[in-house]
Design a protein around this ligand. Structure first.
Ligand code: SD4
Length: 305
């Protein structure tokens, strides 16, 4: 049994997933419970997941989330979902209870309510920290409106370097040879209303296929979604390439295509044996060329027998 997740705050998710697997839960149940534990705790120290995640530019939380199981490549996703603190669970319901693969916006919220999820407003989805960050964002916007055009350009470059922290989680049950992947995010901080990132897109933020393994992604979704990086990694693993090489190759190939405009992205992956890998652009291009992509990107993993 094994699990891997993006960023260090994936640790509670992995602990919960591990306990669930040990109690005999399926991969998918373990994955959902693990992600829920992070989505619903409102803890500071991560700013893009569930309660306490950063809202959109209007101050409203719009969540993207998805699940995918390797068995039959079944998938369910939600995007720009409002009012539910545990979007990954709504994504699972889309997979299991609807005849669709993805629901967005008001339709996603209506479906969640129909399924019995309690509806919240941003009053309860905000934490003190996320509210204060939003107020700072509004203040900054007002300041920016007064600034010169070049200064604005400089600032937006700096903003790009603020980092990312979407939760992506992969859980493998080696005994039954089943793998599941899930993601949950409030998306790019203070994004435009209705903006959807890469996270809930199959092949973008996640992909799982029992024939190869699973991958999850985090980073600049507006750019990452163009390359289906999670799908690419899983396809490579299907061909027998190990997860570290696959992640490194995908990051490298995208970097080669995009050149100096390269954006922030990171991937973690696991194959059906429980071997893991990661690749990211946190490092310089020279580092990437030297094959150092899997150092420097903080992910958490647990692998056992
Ligand atoms: C997005 N990819 O909405 C997400 C953001 C992210 O860690 O991953 N942050 O673009």
């Amino acid at each position: 049994m094994a699990a891997i997740g993006t960023w260090t705050f994936a640790l509670p998710a992995i602990k919960v997933a591990k306990r669930k697997l040990e109690e005999g839960s399926s991969c998918l149940d373990a994955l959902e419970a693990g992600i829920n534990a992070v989505e619903d705790d409102g803890a500071t120290g991560r700013y893009l997941v569930g309660r306490g995640g950063y809202p959109n530019a209007k101050g409203v939380h719009e969540f993207d989330a998805a699940v995918m199981v390797g068995e039959g490549c079944r998938y369910g996703g939600v995007a720009a979902l409002r009012g539910v603190a545990t979007p990954v669970s709504v994504a699972r319901r889309v997979m299991e209870k609807s005849s669709h693969s993805m629901l967005v916006g008001p339709g996603a919220t209506a479906f969640a309510v129909e399924q019995g999820f309690p509806l919240e407003t941003s009053d309860t989805l905000h934490t003190e920290e996320s509210l204060s960050a939003f107020r700072k964002f509004l203040q900054k916007q007002a300041d920016e409106a007064r600034a010169r055009a070049e200064e604005k350009m400089q600032r937006s470059k700096e903003e790009k370097k603020t980092g990312h922290d979407t939760l992506g989680l992969i859980v493998l049950d080696k005994k039954s040879s089943r793998i599941a992947a899930g993601v949950s995010t409030s998306g790019a901080p203070f994004k435009a209303e209705g903006r959807v990132g890469d996270s809930p897109l199959p092949g973008g933020g996640l992909y799982a296929d029992d024939a190869g393994g699973a991958a999850v992604a985090t980073g600049d979704g507006d750019n990452m979604m163009r390359f289906c990086p999670s799908f690419q990694v899983v396809q490579m693993m299907r061909q027998g390439i190990d997860p570290q090489t696959a992640c490194r190759e995908v990051v490298k190939q995208i970097h080669q295509k995009v050149g100096t405009d390269m954006f922030e992205m990171a991937l973690v992956a696991m194959d059906m044996k429980g071997c893991t890998g990661s690749g990211s652009t946190v490092l310089t291009w020279e580092d990437v060329c030297e094959g150092k992509t899997y150092e420097g990107f903080p992910y958490v993993r647990w692998v056992e027998g």
